[in-house]
Design a protein around this ligand. Structure first.
Ligand code: HEM
Ligand code: SF4
Length: 510
């Protein structure tokens, strides 16, 4: 046996778990798990395979699980929001929901014995959480104002839904795509401002015309990890909207069947592209697809700075507005969720949208109802005109719920920007992203100022600290930021950030 072949036969822990039993197999066992309880479960099923159903065992809160949904393009109906509110309400102080940086929701406090009933209730309103964790395709992102934005080039909602349906077997689970070498991210942009962060996805479709025909240029291989971060690179392919699903399928099949599986640190799609070179990768994808791909269009249509959608904006539908609310660090409680569902029904058309900045949009507010909406008490908490640091603040889950976290993030992030806002004024928002550990779920690399949790030494003691990232650019000239300073103790962070905000981001003392 060659050494390469030998290496391939040495399965890492997660490959062994998948080989022993497909993750999706737990779907038929969930009733049984609910009966025997989490303590009696096989630990591989409990800690890993349940993630194929979106159910995450949280070692920080044993017995209180996290439920990660799927929310294609971040669209959620008021009816769905109300069902999720009822689910977390049952758990009192333990229950809440976070809007995530993939336009998704993660519910907290979930008890295993309730999961079968929760799944039934979700199914009744068309929600699924299937294949949302581990080596599966994550929530597929799209413009949060698709179908509303007068300047959009293409309403991508249906495409996003079709790609999700293909991957998840219409939400029922699809064993074809439950054993990828690693996680996988897909984004489809039909807007001009790159509101999906195309560059950080394994596959991104960005709008581009050829001879006035609309289509997408395709980027591949973008990813973050503790060891390496790469922006997606051009596949040199241009596809029409009706080729998007089949191209996603072909790329996923090529990745599934050829992706590197020995080392979890080197198994994201970009590592396969590195090994093969982009030309061979492209040829393999063409073969799999059974079609010749057209070369990419000379230029794409990502021409704008990124918008944050907070505030009131007129829609392409005359007489209607979408209203973007700032949800500080994305945290929602049951009462907020009930209230949002109500507002969407009373003032809009029973729909809400989530953004990758962990915020919320209420679409279809008619001109005549707008003033009344703006006086609703919830808009004091979720402002349409928040202070400039709060406005652009993003944070991953952190130590409150996540066992990987090296520091507390969300509460600390909020407290710190409040203090800084009390001292400084700004002419424009500054995008500060917090992430609790090098896994980078909070994307410090796309921020003006990125803060990554670490442990550091101060006065001979280990304390909570951060590594500082800078230079992240979003929108038309997206670029990943890099680490510029390591090991700042969190207690020393405020003066450092204050100086940075004054020197580089136009902050002035009040
Ligand atoms: C080995 C690497 C990684 C591990 C083990 C990991 C693990 C996790 C876990 C356990 C959670 C859930 C925590 C909780 O809310 O209870 C989470 C959340 C999340 N992860 Fe990761 N992650 C990794 C890398 C990444 C990367 C590279 C991204 C993409 C940039 C990402 C995107 C996310 C997102 C969007 C969330 C939701 C967090 C939020 O917005 O609050 N993850 N991750
Ligand atoms: S970055 Fe680390 S702490 Fe934050 S959610 Fe991801 S794994 Fe958890």
């Amino acid at each position: 046996m060659t050494s390469a072949a030998e290496a391939k036969t040495k399965l890492n822990k997660f490959e062994k778990i998948k080989a022993a039993k497909d993750g999706l197999a737990v779907k038929t066992e969930i009733e049984e798990f609910a009966q025997i309880g989490w303590e009696a479960m096989d630990t591989d099923d409990r800690d890993h395979r349940l993630k194929w159903l979106g159910v995450f065992f949280r070692p920080v809160t044993p017995g209180k699980f996290m439920l990660r949904l799927r929310m294609p393009s971040g669209v959620i109906t008021s009816e769905q929001m109300r069902v999720l509110a009822e689910i977390v309400q049952r758990y009192g102080d333990d229950g809440n929901a976070d809007i995530t940086t993939r336009q998704n929701l993660q519910l907290r406090g979930i008890r295993l014995e309730d999961v079968p009933d929760i799944f039934n209730r979700m199914q009744q309103v068309g929600l699924t959480s299937v294949q949302s964790g581990m080596d599966n395709v994550r929530n597929i992102t799209g413009s949060p104002v698709a179908g509303l934005d007068a300047d959009e080039l293409y309403d991508t909602r249906q495409l996003v839904q079709q790609v999700q349906d293909m991957i998840t077997g219409n939400g029922e689970g699809n064993p074809e795509f439950t054993n990828l070498p690693r996680k996988f991210n897909i984004a489809i942009a039909g807007c001009r401002d790159n509101s999906v962060h195309a560059e950080i996805n394994d596959i991104a479709f960005v709008p581009a015309f050829k001879d006035e025909t609309f289509g997408f240029n395709v980027l591949v291989g973008g990813f973050f990890s503790a060891k390496r971060c790469d922006a997606a690179i051009p596949l040199n392919a241009w596809v029409k909207p009706n080729q998007v699903v089949s191209l996603c399928r072909a790329i996923l099949e090529v990745f599934r069947d050829n992706g590197l599986r020995e080392n979890r640190q080197k198994s994201r799609l970009m590592w396969l592209i590195d090994e093969w070179g982009i030309d061979k990768f492209r040829r393999e994808v063409e073969t799999q697809m059974g079609e010749t791909l057209e070369a990419e269009a000379e230029k794409d249509e990502i021409l704008w700075d990124k918008r944050d959608h907070i505030g009131v904006y007129t829609q392409k539908q005359a007489g209607f507005n979408y209203v973007g609310l700032n949800v500080p660090v994305g945290r929602l409680y049951a009462n907020d969720m009930f209230e949002l569902a109500r507002l969407a029904e009373v003032y809009g058309q029973g729909e809400l949208r989530l953004t990758v900045e962990q915020n919320l949009i209420i679409p279809y507010v008619s001109d005549s109802r707008l003033e009344a909406l703006l006086t609703e008490p919830l808009l004091e908490k979720f402002s349409i005109n928040p202070a400039p640091l709060t406005r652009a603040l993003v944070s991953c889950t952190g130590a409150q719920f996540c066992n990987f976290a090296l520091i507390e993030t969300k509460n600390r992030a909020l407290a710190l920007v409040k203090e800084l806002e009390a001292e400084l004024t700004f002419t424009k928002p500054v995008r500060i992203h917090w992430t609790g550990c090098p896994n980078s779920c909070g994307q410090p690399q796309v921020a003006d100022i990125g803060l990554m949790g670490t442990k550091t030494r101060k006065d001979g003691k280990m304390v909570e600290g951060v590594d500082l990232f800078m230079g992240g650019k979003v929108g038309k000239e997206a670029e990943l930021g890099t680490c510029v300073k390591k090991g700042i103790a969190c207690e020393d962070l405020k003066p450092l950030l204050r100086d940075l905000l004054v020197d580089k981001f136009g902050g002035t003392a009040k």
